[in-house]
Ligand binder design. Sequence first.
Ligand code: COA
Length: 242
Amino acid sequence: MNGFQTLIYEKKEGIGYLTLNRPEALNAYNIQMRDDLYEVLLAIRDDDEVRVGILKGAGEKAFCAGADLSEFLTVPPPVAARRVRFARDVWQLFLSLPQPMIAALHGYVLGSGIEMALCCDIRIASPETRFGLPEMGLGIIPAAGGTQTLPRAIGRSRALEMLLTNRRIEADEAYQFGLVNRIVPKKDLLHTAEEMAKKIASYDPVAVRSAKEAVVRGMDMSLQDGLNLESILGSRLTGRRT
Ligand code: COA
């Protein structure tokens, strides 16, 4: 599966490697990337051979510098945009992937860059990574789930400070906030993500998916409902062995 204009997708030993590939524009997210991403995420979702995914950005300077500003004033009128959004809700799809996704982050991680990273389950960053949400300065708010996913990751007041003041944070602060799991030297970034992915891919894929489902769905439930979900998923797993 290849030939995308804005992405590279490769599959090796149970790991799906998804690379944002517009380094000349710091991997800015444009309409073509949305369409390409939708296609690849569908393929990942439906491919049992993919046990875990890694999302990364091509080039030295950025994972993703946010929405493509050159398309900013050329977006379709609201009704058309809404129709496209319903038809191709790439973010819902991303958040609903059954396989764990690992984001390997470097350089600028801005706007939809943070939001894509937040669609992933585990985030690893190199020390020079810089995070920010520039949307306020453009008179918009994040549109890829960031207003919901960021506070769930780092808490309401930290998320609102980043959102409302466009404060950039660096990797060490992102680590303190819990936005990234680990900071590793840039030269080790992909290797670390791969080692983690290989470990996950070595486990029973149904157990891995069940653990992700229990955590992700459970976070939007009451504790009691979450415990019930855990119990159902756990019984299904043990039921396979009897
Ligand atoms: N959309 C489209 N193109 C972008 C882009 C974006 N969001 N971010 C960077 N680029 C392009 C630049 O236009 C430039 O292209 P050029 O070489 O053809 O001139 C290239 O990527 C390199 O960017 P440049 O600005 O020269 O790099 P820098 O190191 O000086 O600055 C940033 C890096 C990230 C600080 C700066 O590019 C920036 O502020 N980008 C916009 C971030 C933003 O507001 N995103 C929208 C979020 S909603």
